[in-house]
Design a protein around this ligand. Structure first.
Ligand code: PXP
Length: 260
């Protein structure tokens, strides 16, 4: 399994103080040296963490492929096309969200997504679409010309956390998932099955399949069971653990768990 390490949160911490500490290039170096096989970053429209200069520097210095997440906003697409990352992953973006919520709506924004893929392909950049795990989304992603899909594992991760952690008793409880344990178990199994079916279908269509969002050291084994998923992009849990263990250990441990 290929491990993509998302280092956006290092820039979140830096931007909280508007200083160059922690240094994103140091994070790149440590992740590279300790098992990351890809670096994932998100150049958001609001530039809340990764800045344009970070993308340039990371592309200049990275020994690993760089997967650059971006929205279908025209200005951002122009920047991404000129920066030429190894891959672009199109994600939905809302200004007020805390993180990427839900997959890209490839149905309502079909024309915009098609245009974005064409522009990126013209710049010789392969494209992945971050989509919800449904058969319909796999079909549409293929039809629109993407090489790859990244399955949004947010629902799975939320269900897993509501069932297996103290999340329901915290301020961050997911209100719509405040359900009985029996109901959570049923929905968790259904969410895993949905991911499995979407991955199998995407694979049959000839799409490469990644997964990401909310994956951590405890729930990731569920994704490891799905043979068609060949890449995971993980950020929050690795950077959170690094506060206690250091980034090298945090990346190493995730690499150990996700190796197959
Ligand atoms: N993949 C995509 C497309 C994302 O937008 C994100 C979040 O930035 C991730 C993976 C990583 O999610 P997390 O930080 O929850 O591990």
């Amino acid at each position: 399994m290929k491990l993509g390490v998302n280092i956006d949160h290092v820039a979140v911490l830096r931007e909280a103080r508007q200083v160059n500490d922690p240094d994103i290039l140091q994070a790149l170096y440590v992740a590279c040296e300790n098992g990351a096989q890809q670096i994932t970053i998100h150049l958001r429209e609001d530039r809340r963490h990764i800045q344009d200069a970070d993308v340039k520097n990371i592309l200049m210095h990275s020994k690993l492929p760089v997967n650059l997440e971006c929205s279908i906003n025209k200005e951002i697409l122009n920047i991404v096309s000129s920066l030429k990352p190894h891959r672009a992953t199109l994600v939905p973006e809302k200004r007020e969200e805390v993180t990427t919520e839900g997959g890209l709506d490839v149905f309502s924004y079909e024309n915009d997504v098609a245009y974005a893929i064409e522009q990126l392909h013209d710049a010789l950049i392969p494209v992945s679409l971050f989509v919800d795990p449904s058969i319909e989304a796999m079909e549409k992603s293929k039809e629109l010309g993407a090489e790859m899909v990244e399955l949004h594992t947010g629902l799975f991760s939320n269900l897993w956390a509501m069932l297996n952690t103290s999340l329901p008793h915290s301020n961050h409880s997911v209100k719509e998932l405040e359900l009985s344990r029996a109901e959570l178990s049923v929905r968790l199994e259904a969410s895993i099955e949905q991911i499995r079916l979407a991955a199998e279908h995407a694979n049959k269509l000839g799409l490469e399949v990644a997964a990401g969002h909310g994956l951590n050291y405890h729930n990731v084994h569920e994704m490891m069971q799905i043979a068609e998923i060949t890449e995971l992009n993980i950020g929050q849990s690795i950077i959170a653990r690094s506060v206690f263990t250091g980034l090298a250990e945090a990346v190493k441990e995730m690499k150990r768990i996700t190796s197959r």
